[in-house]
Design a protein around this ligand. Structure first.
Ligand code: SAM
Length: 285
């Protein structure tokens, strides 16, 4: 009999997303979470943490273009970048395409995610041995509190706010992030679903609006996350994501993208009315 294996991600116990699986490539339980890499029928390889889809090879470029290139093109000279989480390596991969970037520190709590992706998803992890990368296996919350380094751009590429990622959605963490940003620094964070996690999105926006001069939220469409529409939150000590965006930087860079372009950069900040009403009290700048 032919096997008919599907995985299902359940969202808030009210809906689920199913993917046809051809083969399990890796399955492990770390001290933080379960880590699975599967070969799917229609979405390439897929990484799941605690049964939640982190990425699929079919659409990961959308998330990673939008977390990395948008802030890296707003900042006039992003030399030092910090990534919190991001163990699959794809945010670092996109970061290193910017020639201004001299050094990137990535703090990922779970070495099992890094090892599984290095072995089974090289399309994402291909830059994890880049000599400009300082990969620290440790807690991003602790790192942000203790580091003396300052960064131009910080990318919070985290799982949902459960387990070790919970404090990454808290005020104390963002106070520390504010402290380790340079004067014109930018922080972009995985901002959850405007459909299903609007309370968490608002919480993140309200924390950022207490601490930063410019705060905003932008959207992208993601095939493999519940609800399809997903967000990043943007905050900075002064740089505005649209007013300080020099479009010509994109064409001058010579970089080619599959999702990001100058129009998407600006259009991503156009919010559907329900989301606009939810977040408007926290948008600043
Ligand atoms: N694109 C993904 C998404 O939003 O579904 C995120 C991908 S990346 C795999 C998220 C990473 O954040 C995980 O590997 C997880 O181990 C890491 N992480 C969670 N909490 C963390 C913490 N406190 N410090 C550092 N990394 C953390």
């Amino acid at each position: 009999m032919k096997s008919d294996l599907w995985i299902e991600e359940k969202c808030d116990n009210i809906m689920g997303l199913k993917f046809k699986v051809e083969k399990t490539l890796f399955s492990g339980q770390s001290e933080f979470q379960s880590v699975d890499v599967v070969e799917t029928k229609g979405h390439g390889k897929m990484l799941l943490n605690d049964g939640l889809v982190m990425l699929s090879e079919r659409d990961e470029f959308v998330y990673h273009d939008m977390i990395a290139h948008l802030p890296l093109f707003v900042h006039p000279c992003p030399e030092n970048v910090l990534i919190i989480g991001g163990g699959d390596g794809a945010t670092a991969r996109e970061t290193f395409r910017h020639h201004d970037v001299k050094r990137c520190v990535m703090v990922e709590i779970d070495k099992m995610v890094v090892h599984a992706c290095k072995e089974f998803i090289p399309s994402c992890s291909c830059e994890l041995d880049n000599p400009k990368l300082d990969l620290i296996i440790g807690d991003g919350v602790k790192f942000a509190k203790e580091t003396k380094e300052k960064f131009d751009v910080i990318l919070i590429d985290s799982t949902d706010p459960i387990g070790p990622a919970q404090p990454l959605f808290g005020e104390e963490f963002y106070r520390d992030i504010h402290n380790c940003l340079n004067d014109n620094g930018i922080v972009v964070s995985q901002g959850e679903s405007p459909w299903y996690q609007n309370k968490m999105q608002n919480k993140l926006m309200s924390i950022k609006s207490k601490l930063f001069d410019v705060v905003s939220v932008y959207n992208f469409s993601n095939l493999t996350y519940p609800g399809g529409l997903w967000s990043f939150t943007f905050a900075s000590k002064g740089l505005h994501p649209i007013k300080d965006f020099k479009e010509e930087k994109v064409s001058k860079s010579g970089l080619k993208f599959k999702y990001y372009n100058e129009s998407i950069h600006k259009a991503a900040f156009a919010l559907p009315q329900f989301q606009k009403e939810n977040v408007q009290e926290f948008v600043k700048g």
